[in-house]
Design a protein around this ligand. Sequence first.
Ligand code: COA
Length: 261
Amino acid sequence: MMVYNTLLFERRNAIGYVTINRPEKLNALNRQVMEELRACFQSLRDDQDVRVVILTGSGDKAFVAGADINELAQQSAVEGRETSRLGQQVFDLIENLGKPVIAAINGFALGGGCELAMACTLRLAADNARLGQPEVKLGIIPGYGGSQRLPRLVGKGRALELILTGETLTGAEAHRIGLVNQLVPAADLLAAAEKLAQKIIANAPLAIKFALQAVNHGLEMSAAQGQVLESTLFGLCNSTADMKEGTRAFLEKRPARFAGN
Ligand code: COA
């Protein structure tokens, strides 16, 4: 198992737990965190024993309070572009991991923290969560995909309101506009994430992977092209042992046992 300086990692019951671990800096994303996130998610992508990932922040105050402002304050235009591209690539890896990633938002998810949560497949917010894109208060704009993912998640008008005001939303407000899937008491956050993960884990692994591809790639295409992709992936499902097991189990009135092939 890999050891990281800024992340905690463990694997239990087919779930990979990734915790960003800089609580004294509210888990701000510096370059080392980004590089370790990349390495960690690359190994999670290839780990067949992990079916769902739960991503959270260390401590009880923050998921991630943004990109590290100490590093931001010093960077040149060229470095800024590279930092942004690295962040985008790491978050794209998370979005297209081939298995779901659940963000358990246990406090501040600001700037890069909100962008990281949006790159995850599903978001659960504790009732003490605070989400927003306050970059304009620092003289910058979202640089880790937020200007693209936020309007896709909550609509252009709400996204622009958040990005232009830099205003922070409570967990309840984020839930109301669809920025998070569920709002739960802080003490129940991890249990709620595990419950959601186990519901997904009970289903056919390849179907989960293809459904993620259909939605993620389909959203980048015209609706007609997206439907062609959907049919291709639907057809591919018919070649899997999981599809035979799933349909047979239904007809035999028993729970399915999926092997992921
Ligand atoms: N980058 C670097 N350090 C950060 C940080 C960030 N994004 N967010 C918080 N920290 C650090 C603080 O500098 C402080 O460090 P120090 O103890 O060495 O001074 C520590 O984390 C605790 O933060 P603090 O501001 O004292 O906590 P708070 O409860 O008073 O306020 C926030 C919490 C989240 C409101 C405040 O930290 C904040 O506004 N952070 C920046 C949010 C932001 O703009 N993010 C977008 C960046 S693109």
